[in-house]
Design a protein around this ligand. Structure first.
Ligand code: SF4
Length: 223
């Protein structure tokens, strides 16, 4: 269900004006998740509260980005994609990459995907809080690289479970796949989680290391 809308921003599809729709629910259970509180929000009806306003603003909004939670598990997500596509909107998607079948089915309707890679493949379960079949993550990476011009892979560097070697392994894997871009995001402290983010300097060092394999940027850095 859609629980929040950000009508105009340039972050969710970097460099483009987009409206973002946030669906609640996720198959993973990351400790540092900022979006778990979405479940408590009131549902916003797509047909009556969102679509009419999007149509009114069509000239101003380049993209509609579906985010979450993990939007691909939301019942309504497929229909929202179909309706947006039918109405000529360009669509972006944020995902944790666990549903490659969904991506494969919809990739022709999607212009941009931002996909989280939570950790190096051998350490995935700790950070996601559930048992993960990393082959699904790898399949999604392939689908994205092989079908889209615009995408990013990103990792929130959560110091409790991720260190330099993990980011380096991810960057190496992406480099071997000829991925265009990898983004390291600084973890932001959330209530009830007593983990200190890595410093700007440490993240810059990790970035420099990753840059040997794949173009790597930093995002959301505070000293
Ligand atoms: S995958 Fe994203 S939305 Fe899901 S629990 Fe982790 S941080 Fe939250």
């Amino acid at each position: 269900m859609i629980k929040s809308v950000l009508w105009a921003n340039m972050l969710d599809y970097p460099g483009h004006v987009s409206t973002s729709l946030f669906f609640d629910g996720c198959n993973m259970d990351c400790e540092f998740c900022q979006n778990k509180l979405l479940a408590k929000e009131k549902t916003i009806d797509f047909d009556t509260e969102i679509l009419p306003k999007l149509l009114e603003r069509k000239e101003m909004v380049e993209y509609v980005v579906l985010s979450g939670g993990e939007c691909t598990i939301a019942k309504e997500c497929q229909r929202v994609i179909d309706v947006l596509h039918r109405n000529g909107f360009k669509i972006g998607l944020h995902t944790n990459g666990y549903y490659p079948e969904f991506l494969e089915k919809n990739i022709s309707k999607i212009s941009y995907i931002g996909m989280d890679i939570k950790n190096s493949f051998e350490n995935y379960d700790d950070i996601s809080g559930v048992e993960i079949d990393v082959e699904k993550i790898k399949k999604s990476i392939d689908i994205i690289i092989n079908n889209l011009k615009d995408y990013e892979f990103r990792t929130t560097v959560y110091p409790k479970y991720i260190d330099t070697e993990d980011c380096e392994q991810i960057a190496k894997y992406l480099g071997e796949k000829n991925a265009k871009i990898y983004v390291l995001q600084q973890y932001k402290m959330v209530n009830g989680v007593n983990v200190i983010p890595f410093s700007k300097e440490k993240l810059e060092n990790i970035r420099d290391l990753c840059n040997k394999y794949v173009k790597t940027n930093l995002r959301g850095i505070k000293d």
